[in-house]
Design a protein around this ligand. Structure first.
Ligand code: ADP
Length: 765
């Protein structure tokens, strides 16, 4: 189908697409048009990665806007919101305004009322609906990208409930649900009253298989020799082989640390395949990367890029990520080792894809768990650059003949799993029922049931196969009883949220976390930092650290030693499960306490067996939960508010109490704060008036850093030209790396915490 033949979209779209090199629609796109996507009809498009889903969304949104309407594009990850925004920015030349809803969860986003197209994550949309953003009533078209994520236990329910709410607010809403190929797309279409576009068409052939021994074994039965040298790893051999054909390789691994490790190793392979011109360009690119920030990650990344390799994960800054994505698309970077965030929607095709790790650590399982077929297929789908490669190849790696057979069965020949609603999970039901009542969306049991009947959960599970018990009623009744017992709702003729219930919903807390915190406050007149960290660590909103062998004894002893600090009473050792949980929270709290006592990140990583990303994740979540605890204590009029704030600030900056003020200055961070303090600059006010030579000495002669810090503190004359460092202020330790310093404050509350969850759900931790 020629793009000019699409009825419903404005003329300029055709021109614009031609300029982008798009003349005719791909078959699944044509099928979507035939199903009415440009005429306001709802569709579920279940089609492979890289087969042009974005254009389907654009046709729907732009035709809706052309009819005078307003469209919303729901993205699964915050990182993708800015990417889509940039992509849609091209429409502004044609008078289609685009806005991204980000930032504070409590922001009602009124400024978005004037935008034609709005991009937001499902969490953001959920909060906008909760806070009654007025423009939500004006939506005509909503696109849900990667809608198969409704299957995700942590984030899926929010997406599901959000879509149901939007459809209820706007009964004629066009829903365009874009999904990877899943096992039950028809069921999804039934839920959304949408037409199904189900296709396995791809713009370029994809061969999938398994590397084992000295060959690639493809799913179609064909084989190809690939020599693995005696001192070579299989991934290195594949990268070398791909380079010999002038192709690039994308390697998926299961953690940030592994991504960095793999990139460092593979850089030695990619280095051998570069010509002089590429070497020069890569040297420039490495400089550009160093220019983004002066952290250790930045330095490591630059060193890899210098040799034609890179890593990509959610811990990289967004500037770094887009530099890498662009250079990989331009074929300057030959190999990227990535966590699965890159499989989620970022357009980075590659000649070959290697899914190196097909298991990843799962908190719920307490060990390594195989990835789903859907996830592996999503990664594999990144192989093959249309117009550049004759075909794409995607490979798993086997170490034994048995594993070869297993991987072919498990992934290469397997169909993706069906998507299943996770809304009935207790934390989700508690959270969403309370939010639905608090926002006035439903004010009785009957109204709640009527609303929830529009969810995927109800369409899949409300009635068992024999019609029997009403599962929805059972779950709703149990949850309402829980919320009432804990004073979050009042039930009489109607169901209403209490003041406390409103606060909990606004804070985006699992009501059970709020109940645990409030319970803990009972005997907390002067809580200690450890007591507070333990309290928030044992809520369901914190993923606790796991106990390793030997930990049990250590933390049992510690728990008795510091029993008086706990808020709430310690369970007996005979209540095994609760006691175990208490000790895990103890370990987590202890790690937070170490962090807030300025212990080195490396040492913490070593002591608790975690990576820097894990520390950051726990710290962000703790900061958010303590902020919520502060609000709850305020709501209840408790004296402990000050102590909670203190504990929050200490964990936020990773510093002792005396450094809170100083560490809050932009660019200072925990280590620099300590050095300044030791040199006699103890507060923000001191810094504003400080002797520049002392500051420069304390910051080890780094003039640019010193200038930035003084400027942030409001110093009259931050200029460091001609200043010589005061020798007495220079810290004498010297050994610990300035580069490991984290100057970022770690994000803002709930959003940061939710983002952390985004990542772990996509295997990026
Ligand atoms: P998906 O979201 O399905 O993974 P995208 O929408 O990102 O895939 O599309 C992948 C690539 O294909 C993009 O670079 C896009 O510009 C290109 N593309 C999409 N539709 C067409 C078309 N009809 N003709 C040519 N290229 C297309």
């Amino acid at each position: 189908m020629d793009v000019a033949d699409v009825s419903g979209v404005p003329l300029w779209v055709t021109e614009h697409l031609r300029e982008e090199g798009i003349e005719s629609l791909y078959p699944p796109q044509a099928a979507a048009v035939e199903a009415g996507v440009a005429d306001g009809d709802s569709i579920v498009a279940s089609i492979p990665t890289a087969s042009g889903k974005t254009l389907i969304a654009q046709l729907a949104m732009l035709s809706a806007v052309d009819r005078g309407g307003k469209a919303l594009y729901i993205v699964p990850l915050r990182a993708l919101a800015s990417e889509k925004r940039e992509e849609f920015a091209a429409f502004e030349a044609y008078d289609v305004s685009v806005g991204v809803a980000t930032g504070n969860y409590e922001d009602s986003g009124e400024w978005l009322a004037g935008k034609d197209v709005i991009v937001a994550t499902s969490e953001k949309v959920d909060s906008l609906v909760r806070n009654g953003a007025p423009w939500v009533d004006d939506l005509d078209c909503v696109v849900s990208d990667e809608v198969h994520l409704v299957d995700d236990p942590n984030r899926g329910p929010t997406l599901e409930v959000t879509i149901a709410k939007l459809r209820r607010i706007n009964p004629n809403l066009q829903v365009v649900a874009l999904s990877a190929t899943v096992g039950n797309a028809g069921e999804m279409a039934g839920w959304l009253d949408a037409e199904l576009v189900d296709s396995s068409w791809r713009p370029i052939e994809l061969k999938t298989g398994v590397q084992y021994g000295q060959a690639l074994h493809f799913g179609d039965g064909s084989q190809r020799e690939l020599r693995v040298g005696s001192n070579e790893k299989p991934t290195e051999a594949i990268v070398r082989d791909t380079l010999a054909e002038d192709g690039s390789t994308l390697v998926f691994v299961n953690s940030r640390r592994n991504a960095e490790g793999a990139a460092k190793r593979l850089a030695n392979t990619s280095r051998d395949g570069l010509d002089d011109d590429e070497r020069r360009q890569l040297a420039d690119l490495a400089e550009e990367i160093r220019g983004v920030s002066d952290t250790e990650t930045s330095e490591d990344l630059a060193a890899c890029v210098h040799k034609g390799a890179a890593f990509h994960h959610a811990g990289c800054s967004s500037d770094h990520r887009s530099i890498i994505e662009d250079a990989f698309r331009d074929r300057l970077i030959k190999v990227v080792a990535a966590t699965p965030t890159l499989a989620a929607g970022v357009n980075t095709p590659s000649r070959r894809v290697v899914v190196r790790d097909w298991r990843r650590y799962s908190g719920d399982a307490g060990g390594m768990k195989p990835l789903s077929v859907l996830e592996v297929h999503q990664m594999m789908g990144r192989a093959g650059r249309p117009g550049r490669d004759p075909y794409g190849e995607a490979l798993l790696l086997a170490k034994s003949h048995d594993e070869l057979d297993e991987l072919l069965d498990r992934y290469v020949w397997a169909d993706p799993e069906p998507v299943e609603s996770k809304l009935a999970r207790e934390p989700s039901m508690r959270t969403h029922l309370l939010a639905t009542v608090a926002s006035g969306f439903a004010d009785s049991r009957a109204a709640l049931l009527e609303f929830l009947d529009q969810t995927l959960y109800a369409s899949q599970y409300r009635h068992g196969p024999d019609g029997g018990e009403d599962n929805l009623e059972r779950v709703v009744d149990a949850t309402l009883a829980y919320l009432e017992t804990n004073d979050f709702i009042d039930r009489g003729e109607t169901v209403e949220a209490t003041n406390l219930g409103h606060t909990v919903s606004r804070l985006y807390l699992d009501p059970m976390s709020a109940a645990e915190i409030i319970d803990g406050f009972e005997d907390a007149t002067t809580p200690t930092v450890l007591g507070l960290y333990h309290l928030v660590s044992r809520t369901p909103d914190m993923y606790e650290l796991y106990l390793r062998s030997g930990d049990r004894e250590e933390y049992t002893m510690l728990a008795y030693e510091r029993e008086s600090e706990f808020l709430g009473s310690m369970p007996s050792e005979f209540e095994e499960e609760r006691f175990e949980d208490w000790l895990s929270a103890m370990k987590t709290a202890r790690m937070l306490e170490d962090w807030a006592s300025e212990l080195d990140e490396d040492e913490i990583a070593e002591r608790y067996g975690v990576g820097p990303g894990d520390i950051r994740g726990k710290v962000d979540t703790a900061e958010w939960l303590l902020g919520a605890a502060e609000s709850l204590a305020g709501e209840l009029g408790l004296e402990s508010v000050g102590a909670i704030r203190n504990a929050r600030k200490r964990v936020q900056h990773g510093v002792g109490e005396e450094l809170i003020d100083l560490a809050g200055v932009r660019g200072v961070g925990r280590k620099r704060a300590r050095r300044l303090y030791d040199a006699g600059v103890e507060t923000r006010a001191d810094l504003r008036e400080a002797d520049k030579a002392v500051v420069l000495g304390a910051l080890r002669g780094r003039a640019k850093t010193a200038e930035n810090v003084l400027e942030a503190a409001g110093h009259r004359d931050p200029d460091m030209d001609d200043v010589t460092p005061d020798a007495t202020a220079v810290p004498d330790t010297g050994a610990d790396g300035e580069s490991t310093e984290s100057t970022e404050s770690g994000g803002s509350g709930g959003e940061a915490a939710l983002d952390g969850q985004d990542q772990s759900n996509l295997g990026d931790f």
